[in-house]
Ligand binder design. Structure first.
Ligand SMILES: Nc1ncnc2c1ncn2[C@@H]1O[C@H](COP(=O)(O)OP(=O)(O)OP(=O)(O)O)[C@@H](O)[C@H]1O
Length: 341
């Protein structure tokens, strides 16, 4: 278990991590999300005693990292895969780590096998690809067979097979009852891997909740309808009290009805439907809604036209409706889960 209490880090007048309090529990993969510059790496570095907090503290199974006598046996971490002595072979890199933590030599062979690097164990790591470097970093994290594992962007540079492998590895470690804490910018991957989420923005806690609840609270659901008779359908829906929103590709989106109800209504009026599908936003959309106001680094350029991209800028909007971005952010904060800004 990892426990953060009021964890804060300031660099001059910049507050990188702002009074974070949360617990990462064993048995599930916990995802750590936040826009660029939100403070994820700084938080992870403080968890590992690599940075000193300005205030607050982190406990690893009740102890500060510095109090752990052989830390690799308690917590294994992949922070920066490039932070490896390139002149050493993969085997020697792991052997040095093992010897400094009184870990038996045979573990080196075991973890090399686990991450699929046995064939290149005697090669210097400076010749490794990004993906191979990630695997070596993961081998280092697993070396001490720790109960707690922490991975910062573990799928960086991995090919689809590698991504699949690390996903199963993390789930397997959690299923063994270990604590697994992982950051990633790949939302689709996070949605498949993590059961619990911690979301931060500008250093502050924005959500500490299950994946299912996070998506439920931060996204809208609606029914999408496609018909070759759009004018008639629109009239029927409007007369029945629904608020159909037309998207740029000619489909309708209805937020205030369910698929069965809408399908029956269409049948009563002998309307042909080519699509009738309930939709729920993705983790990516939910994340963008929640963190929209806390994104520090925006790209320039042109917003996508309505209906493109599925992001906030692309959400269709009925006349007179409040912008979804404001609505959803407010809804989330009003629910009381938010720690507020
Ligand atoms: N050593 C430092 N000195 C000054 N500012 C720093 C330092 N390290 C981090 N920061 C600042 O603290 C903030 C948080 O940075 P951090 O790297 O923790 O964010 P992050 O969430 O990991 O970002 P990313 O997703 O881009 O990796 C950023 O604004 C960053 O510029």
């Amino acid at each position: 278990m990892i426990e953060l209490q009021g964890l804060t880090k300031r660099y001059g007048d910049k507050t990188a991590v702002d009074n974070l309090t949360f617990t990462v529990r064993p048995g599930v993969v916990t995802g750590f999300l936040g826009p660029n510059g939100a403070g994820k790496s700084t938080t992870m570095r403080m968890m590992l005693g690599l940075d000193n907090p300005t205030a607050g503290n982190v406990r690893i199974d009740g102890k500060h990292y510095a109090q752990l006598s052989e830390p690799l046996k308690y917590i294994g971490a992949l922070l920066d895969a490039k932070a490896i002595h390139g002149g050493r072979t993969a085997y020697n890199h792991l052997l040095c780590l093992a010897q400094s933590n009184r870990i038996p030599r045979h573990r080196v062979d075991e973890v090399l096998d686990t991450v699929g690097l046995t064939a290149v164990a005697k090669k210097r790591s400076k010749g490794f690809s990004l993906g191979m470097g990630q695997r070596l970093g993961i081998a280092g994290a697993l070396l001490g067979d720790p109960e707690i594992l922490m991975f910062d962007e573990p799928v960086n540079g991995l090919d689809p097979e590698g991504i699949h492998w690390i996903r199963n590895l993390m789930k397997g470690l959690a299923a063994q009852g270990r604590t697994v804490f992982v950051s990633s910018h790949l939302m689709s991957e996070m949605a498949l891997t993590a059961e619990h989420l911690i979301v931060i923005g500008r250093g502050r806690l924005m959500a500490d909740t299950s994946m299912a609840e996070f998506i439920e609270k931060n996204s809208r659901s609606y029914v999408r309808i496609r018909t070759p008779q759009p004018e008639r359908l629109k009239d029927v829906l409007t007369a029945a009290g629904f608020t159909p929103v037309t998207t740029s590709d000619g489909t309708f989106e209805i937020q205030d009805g369910d698929a069965a109800q809408l399908g029956e209504l269409a049948a009563q009026h002998q309307l042909v439907l080519h699509e009738l599908s309930p939709q729920r936003a993705s983790l990516e959309e939910a994340f963008m809604q929640l963190t929209a106001e806390s994104v520090e680094y925006h790209a320039g350029g042109v917003a996508p036209p309505p209906g493109i991209d599925g992001g906030a800028a692309g959400m269709p909007q009925a006349a007179g409706q409040q912008a979804p971005q404001q609505q959803w952010g407010a809804q989330w904060r009003d629910s009381g889960t938010g720690k507020g800004k």
